[in-house]
Design a protein around this ligand. Structure first.
Ligand SMILES: Cc1cc2nc3c(=O)[nH]c(=O)nc-3n(C[C@H](O)[C@H](O)[C@H](O)COP(=O)(O)OP(=O)(O)OC[C@H]3O[C@@H](n4cnc5c(N)ncnc54)[C@H](O)[C@@H]3O)c2cc1C
Length: 490
């Protein structure tokens, strides 16, 4: 044997990373299930189940191919690698560049050698070159350059369909009664059962834990949901937990799918003429735009970026985030219950409900980030840090996003069916039945008016405060709301 190839649990693809060109006659494969990863924090069990079972299935597939596979449990990754090198002495360890600063540092200090991380479409130096050239790091500019660079949905340098985005078409509220095609259910096998028993968890049937299952999810999305993805991508409804979202992020993030495979499938379907441009563009933007941009920004902004708290938000994490019974706000209750059930909600509840609430209540960004990292099936450091610190709670002073995503109850009422049965009224900003989002939106603007009045994209909203004759009453109500949220009674 010539070398040890270390496979982190988010590099599970045979044709990318360090496994590209690997040979069963020369390479020992190392996987480590570290206690730090499994018991180190209050991880959602569905998430642990998904990550561990996927890794064990992947290890088995490499064994079936003839590889010597060492899958060990240890306190830390490094302890695990030490165990493996005791058995396979004098072999150097190689790995694809890891996906977080922390792991990069630990493996580098251990003497691991790296091959390029090609689990994305944009090499890290290429993104860094783009960002270094920008005055502000607009996703839209990156995305357009990305379309041209990759030759996706462009004719020459012009966008297919005559526009770079179709956001106007893609902001529909949910239909009155939504009855879409069902989502795939995954049968559990021996490995799944073993992992579930070890964790003391009854897994859902939602998430696949094999490459075959991930490919089936991709096919199901393309065949049954892709065409309608765009128009409903921002809608939220209690009729259906996923609408037409792809549910592909877990597999893209742990390596079971590569973004190029997802994009190839999407473009192939678009070429048939059955997929409207607003859905094709809307989905492709997420994968070659947002996902690549967020990863690029993680590496570009550096390891200290996650500590940003430029709005001085110091409130402790509210109890409603960990217990849906600690709130009467229907939208939050439903969303947190959905997360408890399957460790996933789509981007609008993540942004416009959870993050918006953390932003408006002045919740400490790092506590909120830690909670988000623990409960989502697809959460990894590189994707959560920019999404939460930059996009979600504007803790970076606007480095990533030019304005905070702050909104009152009117937005939630327009884009969902949460408000009708709720005890709170999105139209009211004062009084006992005022929607907490509406009250806190104005209170947030008032608290930070000096900061935001200088921002040309926010100044109009800040000037709106002048029209509020009930501002003193609203400020009092905001204090009641904040105390009620802390006590778990609002
Ligand atoms: C506050 C906040 C936290 C988030 N945390 C995560 C996270 O931990 N992991 C994660 O994968 N996504 C995260 N996202 C992005 C997005 O919410 C999820 O990727 C998406 O909901 C996953 O469901 P889907 O696969 O059905 O996505 P779809 O709506 O079908 O989109 C297709 C794909 O686009 C990619 N994508 C879209 N938006 C983003 C984005 N902002 N950042 C990165 N990739 C994106 C994902 O890979 C996704 O699978 C977060 C967004 C916000 C606002």
């Amino acid at each position: 044997m010539k070398r040890i190839i270390y496979i982190p649990f988010d590099h599970l693809h045979r044709n990318f990373g360090a496994l590209k060109g690997a040979n069963p006659k020369e390479d020992v494969i190392a996987l480590v299930e570290s206690a730090r990863m499994t018991t180190g924090r209050n991880w959602h069990k569905e998430r642990l189940f998904f990550l561990i079972s996927s890794a064990r299935h992947f290890a088995k597939s490499l064994e079936d191919e003839g590889f010597t596979v060492e899958y060990v449990k240890a306190a830390t990754t490094i302890d695990g690698l030490n165990k493996i090198t005791e058995k396979h002495k004098n072999l150097l360890i190689t790995c694809a560049e890891p996906s977080s600063f922390r792991q990069f540092e630990a493996l580098k200090n251990h003497g691991v050698s790296f091959v390029e991380n090609d689990f994305f479409l944009t090499p890290r130096p290429l993104f860094s070159a783009w960002a270094s050239d920008q005055k502000s790091y607009l996703m839209e500019s990156f995305y357009r350059a990305q379309r041209i660079r990759l030759g996706i949905l462009v004719e020459g340098n012009k966008p297919t369909g005559g526009a770079w985005n179709f956001d106007k078409e893609n902001r529909l509220p949910p239909p009155k009664k939504y009855d879409g095609p069902p989502y795939l259910e995954n049968k559990r096998d021996v490995i799944d059962v073993e992992v579930a028993e070890e964790l003391g968890h009854t897994p859902t049937t939602t998430w696949a834990t094999t490459r075959k299952g991930a490919l089936a999810q991709l096919k199901n999305f393309i065949d049954n949901h892709f065409a309608e993805f765009g128009p409903l991508e921002d809608a939220m409804t209690t009729d259906n937990w996923a609408l037409h979202h792809s549910l592909l992020s877990p597999y893209l993030n742990n390596g079971l799918l590569h973004p190029s495979e997802v994009i190839d499938a999407a473009l192939k379907a678009f070429k048939t003429g059955d997929i409207p441009i607003e859905s094709a563009e809307g989905f492709i933007r997420q994968v070659i735009g947002w996902r690549e941009y967020v990863n690029g920004m993680y590496w570009f902004l550096g390891p200290t970026y996650r500590e940003n708290n430029q709005l001085n938000a110091n409130r402790n994490l509210l109890p409603l985030f960990t217990d849906p019974n600690k709130t009467q706000m229907n939208c939050i209750k439903e969303t947190v219950t959905d997360i408890d059930n399957r460790a996933w909600v789509h981007h609008i509840p993540r942004l416009m409900l959870l993050s918006n609430l953390a932003l408006a209540t002045g919740t400490n960004p790092q506590q909120f980030l830690d909670w988000m990292r623990e409960v989502f099936i697809d959460a990894t450091e590189w994707v959560m840090v920019p999404n939460v610190i930059g996009m979600g709670v504007h803790a970076d002073g606007g480095k990533m996003m030019t304005k905070p995503y702050a909104a009152g109850g009117a937005y939630i009422s327009r884009m969902s069916n949460y408000c009708k049965p709720c005890v709170y009224n999105p139209k009211l900003r004062v009084g006992e039945t005022a929607c907490p989002f509406t009250t806190l939106y104005w209170d947030f603007l008032d608290r930070h008016k000096e900061t935001f009045v200088k921002n040309h994209r926010m100044s109009q909203q800040v000037f709106g405060l002048n029209r509020l004759s009930d501002l003193p009453e609203l400020k009092l109500r905001a204090q009641e709301v904040l105390s009620g949220l802390e006590e778990g009674t609002i």
